[in-house]
Design a protein around this ligand. Structure first.
Ligand code: HAM
Length: 557
């Protein structure tokens, strides 16, 4: 018995929220709801409607939009193969057997093994043979992806196993081991299902949905917002989690051919400015403190614009390569713009002297950027220009922006966004423009808590302290009526001594205790105690709701 319960204890200790994830609990969840509700209200006033998206999507959707060289895609995705295990049971078993197999050495690893050696490798060749037979069958039936890669791998395995079996005797142990490893390599590359991933962000999903639902047929721009968890395998720290929550918004607009370029630049700039105005209005409504908006333009991908600039930047970086840290040195090759993001103290003075994108924008991008700034000024939105703001996702062009807030330490960006014309097309849709942002909800909450704006315990409005069987029915009725009137009511399931009941009411932060003893039930005169000051008054049942409402109003004043 003792052993069994110890086992249970050990099991219990095993279950903890996974690193980088956490439980959100009341009363903090009240603040989360408030933050989300305020977003719904403010975004609604700007004409944005809610879109609810799946949590997982094809890995390729994000690889293509965010870019394969970005940290998010290269290092931080939670991806997995999706297949029906029951259909592939035998194939999965054979793969496992093939990959797990190791020989038990019977001869020295040099010199041909000679006759009889085949027996050593028999289990392995059988397992590979099964992988080939079952794999080809599953491929033909479409139970595993019918990709050129899978076809190549299966053919390679079929040929490879024949050659392998035929030459075991004439090969040394180490040569045979090498052959085993290369066959294992082919097996492990076989894909049994589509690669899916937990979404690291939602802009790509919104674009997918825009295409999938033919939203270009709707009034443009299509304005959508979303809330929900995103997943990135980052190193957790304050304000950075592996499951975190975003509140985002996107405005998508089909590009109509033959539109006047100047007009369309002005229109885009106005949309950009309004989207930024919306998020700033939202932060102001929440009372977020120390909010700062940084903006930049990263131009568009053309030789006379960003591409030309990146060449110049790369050349300049090459000249100072020796003075840069390992990360930046690597980025000169993979993504030179990201060097500008560096927070490394020793690199700051060097970065300040690098060529700036603002001096290399093409005429249209420069015009668009100037108009965005003018439109922000028209709206009374204060901003700071930051030429180093390039953002970590590949899909951006022209406007990029980031908003920081107080109380967050190094992870102080509460919102990031920008324009991404062309992304919908990259995902197979029609030519489309886009601008949007995502707010890090976890960070907004942290900042509000830090400023003491979320600590109001949720508590209860009324605690019903009832005593005696006769009072039970009255208490149940009172609870029902009060709840219907919108009060938060705690009705203890069993009677309690009044002293204990009042202690409990205090603990829950209740404002009133409704005292229902036998006397109250008999006389119809109920007692309401205001817990903050201990005063009591008598109230009749019909007047209860009114009396508590009036009391609440007085307290609010
Ligand atoms: P992002 O800059 O990758 O942009 O993320 C936006 C915000 O999400 C960040 O500013 C931060 O507040 C929050 N965030 C990101 N990673 C984490 C994390 N690991 N833990 C906590 N918070 C985090 C995007 O996701 C783009 N989709 C934004 C966008 C929408 N651009 C255009 N439309």
């Amino acid at each position: 018995m003792a052993g069994a319960s110890q086992e249970h204890m050990a099991e219990k200790r095993k279950f903890q929220a996974i690193k980088g994830t956490r439980d959100l609990l009341p009363p903090e969840t009240e603040l989360w709801n408030h933050v989300e509700q305020t977003a719904r209200e403010v975004f609604g006033t700007f004409g944005f409607g809610e879109i609810r998206l799946p949590i997982f999507e094809p890995t390729e959707l994000f690889a293509r939009s965010i870019g394969t060289d970005t940290d998010v895609v290269a290092k931080e995705m939670y991806s997995f193969e999706d297949y029906d295990t029951s259909e592939l049971l035998e194939l999965l078993e054979s793969r496992k057997a093939a990959l797990a197999w190791v020989d038990s050495p019977v001869s020295p690893p040099y010199g041909p093994l000679g006759a009889g050696a085949q027996a050593i490798f028999q289990p392995f060749s059988t397992a590979i043979g099964n992988v080939v037979r079952l794999g080809l069958d599953a491929f033909q039936k479409g139970r595993i992806p019918r990709t050129p890669d899978n076809e190549r791998l299966l053919t390679g395995l079929k040929d490879g196993i024949g050659t392998f079996v035929g030459s075991i005797n004439s090969r040394s142990l180490s040569e045979n081991r090498q052959a085993v490893n290369s066959l294992k390599g082919l097996v492990s590359q076989l894909r049994f299902g589509d690669s899916l991933c937990l979404r690291p962000e939602a802009t790509a999903s919104v674009c997918r949905a825009y295409i999938e639902h033919g939203m270009l047929g709707l009034a443009q721009p299509v304005k959508l917002y979303y809330t929900g968890p995103m997943f990135r395998r980052e190193r957790p720290q304050k304000g950075r989690y592996r499951q975190f929550y975003q509140i985002g918004a996107e405005a998508l607009e089909a590009i109509t051919p033959n539109t006047d370029a100047t007009k369309s630049l002005g229109k885009d700039a106005a949309v950009d400015a309004e989207v930024i105005e919306m998020v700033m209005t939202y932060f102001a409504r929440l009372g977020l403190e120390g909010v700062q908006l940084d903006i930049n333009s990263i131009g568009h991908s053309a030789p006379e614009c960003r591409r030309g600039y990146v060449e110049k930047l790369k050349a300049a970086l090459e000249k100072v390569k020796g003075q840069l840290g390992a990360d930046s040195q690597r980025r000169i090759e993979t993504n030179p713009l990201r060097v500008l993001d560096s927070k490394l103290e020793s690199e700051q003075a060097i970065i300040e002297k690098l060529p700036r994108i603002g001096d290399h924008l093409c005429a249209d991008c420069a015009k668009h950027y100037a108009e965005v700034k003018r439109q922000l000024e028209l709206r009374g939105v204060a901003y700071k220009e930051n030429w180093r703001l390039v953002r970590g996702l590949d899909y951006y062009m022209r406007t990029t922006f980031e908003i920081t807030a107080r109380g967050l330490g190094s992870q102080n960006a509460v919102c990031g966004g920008g324009r991404y014309d062309g992304l919908v097309e990259l995902l197979g849709g029609p030519p489309t423009k886009g601008i949007g942002f995502a707010i890090g909800e976890d960070r907004v909450i942290l900042s509000l808590l830090e400023a003491g704006k979320g600590s109001a315990a949720q508590g209860r409005d009324v605690y019903i302290a009832w005593m005696g069987e006769k009072a039970r029915a009255t208490a149940i009725r009172a609870a029902r009526d009060l709840r219907q009137a919108g009060f938060r009511v705690e009705l203890p399931p069993v009677e309690q001594k009044f002293g204990k009941a009042l202690g409990q009411a205090d603990k829950l932060g209740a404002r009133y205790a409704l005292i229902l003893g036998e006397d109250e039930v008999a006389s119809g005169e109920w007692t309401v105690k205001t817990l903050a000051d201990g005063t009591q008054r008598k109230v009749r049942e019909q007047g209860l709701v009114e009396s508590l409402r009036a009391g609440s109003k007085r307290q609010e004043v």
